[in-house]
Design a protein around this ligand. Structure first.
Ligand SMILES: *Cc1c(COP(=O)(O)O)cnc(C)c1O
Length: 366
């Protein structure tokens, strides 16, 4: 299979995409004149106001550089060092933040739970709470949910409300990792409040990087008693931007006139197109329901190798043969079709494809 020209857009991650036009335009506007530093500028005020409008609530909003900082510092606002946080075993807070939540909380324990398709349920949470309530184990203090999940699925408002009720019953706080919050929202087509504070979420890591801004995530406190001294916590962690407007202006561009939801809906739509194409390829199996902008599929190892050789970038994160294809705000239908066509052709020839060097066919096919 020859590739005529370099591949412009891949399926590796939505953070591989560039800056969306709305964010770019706002950045350029913010660049025109001097503005006060450290968030005392009009862009930052506007971004905070827009977020309060989105959630229809007078929440406290802070901006940090990335999602790991948002999660770690949000959890640190909920937990003392002797607390524990319940999350799914595939959660970013556990797997992809280099112990940031433990570090920023000063030692809180992250407890990983199981659940189908990357989601926690009231049952698994109740069981985890009940397992240890004694003095010799870190006191359960918070639940961290990812929306959309790391496996491309989405919690419904009813599922979140049920978890929120468990949290209230046991006096736990609820954190939401919303690195792909927009994709979840676009998928559900509900009011933002219905999957956050109305469902019992106390603090949200609100992501925009994967939705088209260059850098910067928001920490949104719906329970404002929890945000006490957050600005000191963020500053000490090196998370207070001096030229803050270059973080917040793109947010203004993205949130004004609904661009954020259009981009997320588009990414979801491209993932739906890809899932439909892949479902028609004989021998392929989707690993999780496609509900947001990711498609997970199990592939034979030689096909993975061959796709990489053609030039397609993507990750196998949950297992060596579990491929993740992530669509972004700028993924086109042509990208999806070109990729699906290559994949279908390789699947048809999979028995002729050589196993990677050093691996026997049977090992590679596991
Ligand atoms: C991308 C992502 C984050 C944020 O990651 P950073 O690299 O720290 O910005 C957080 N949670 C999830 C689920 C993510 O996919």
């Amino acid at each position: 299979m020859k590739n005529p020209k370099p591949i412009a857009r891949h399926f590796a991650s939505d953070n591989n995409a560039g800056i969306c036009p709305e964010a770019w335009a706002a950045l350029s506007e913010a660049n025109a004149n001097h503005a006060v530093g450290y968030g005392g500028d009009r862009w930052t005020r506007r971004a905070c106001d827009l977020i309060r409008e989105v959630f229809e609530m007078d929440c406290d909003v802070y901006f940090v550089f990335n999602g790991s900082a948002a999660n770690g510092l949000a959890l640190a606002s909920l937990c003392q060092s002797y607390h524990s946080v319940l999350c799914h075993r595939v959660a970013h807070v556990e797997n992809d933040e280099c112990g940031g939540p433990e570090f920023f909380t000063g030692g809180a324990k992250i407890r990983c739970l199981s659940g189908d398709n990357g989601k926690l349920t009231p049952k698994v949470i109740e069981e985890a709470i009940a397992r240890r309530t004694d003095l010799h184990f870190p006191k359960t203090r918070a639940i961290s949910l990812t929306q959309a999940t790391e496996l491309g699925t989405v919690y419904t408002p009813a599922e979140l409300r049920a978890i929120g009720r468990v949290a209230r019953r046991h006096d736990l706080k609820v954190h939401m990792d919303g690195a792909r919050f927009a994709n979840a929202l676009a998928s559900l087509d509900v009011a933002p409040k219905s999957i956050t504070w109305q469902a019992g979420v106390d603090v949200l890591s609100f992501g925009a990087t994967k939705n088209g801004v260059p850098v910067g995530e928001a920490v949104v406190f719906f329970d404002r008693t929890l945000s006490q001294e957050f600005e000191w916590r963020a500053k000490q962690a090196g998370q207070l931007a001096s030229k803050m407007r270059f973080i917040t202006a793109p947010w203004v561009g993205l949130l004004s006139d609904g661009a954020w939801l259009r981009h997320a809906a588009h990414a979801n739509q491209m993932a739906r197109r890809l899932a439909n194409r892949l479902a028609r390829i004989p021998g392929l199996r989707l690993l999780h329901p496609r509900q947001a902008n990711a498609v997970f599929v199990q592939l034979p190892q030689p096909v993975i190798e061959a796709l990489h050789k053609v030039g397609w970038h993507f990750y196998t994160l949950t297992g060596p043969c579990d491929a993740r294809f992530m669509c972004a705000w700028d993924t086109t239908a042509e990208d999806v079709d070109a990729f699906a066509t290559d994949l279908a052709a390789l699947m048809a020839r999979r028995d002729q494809l050589k196993a990677p060097r050093g691996q026997t066919r049977s090992r590679a096919a596991k």
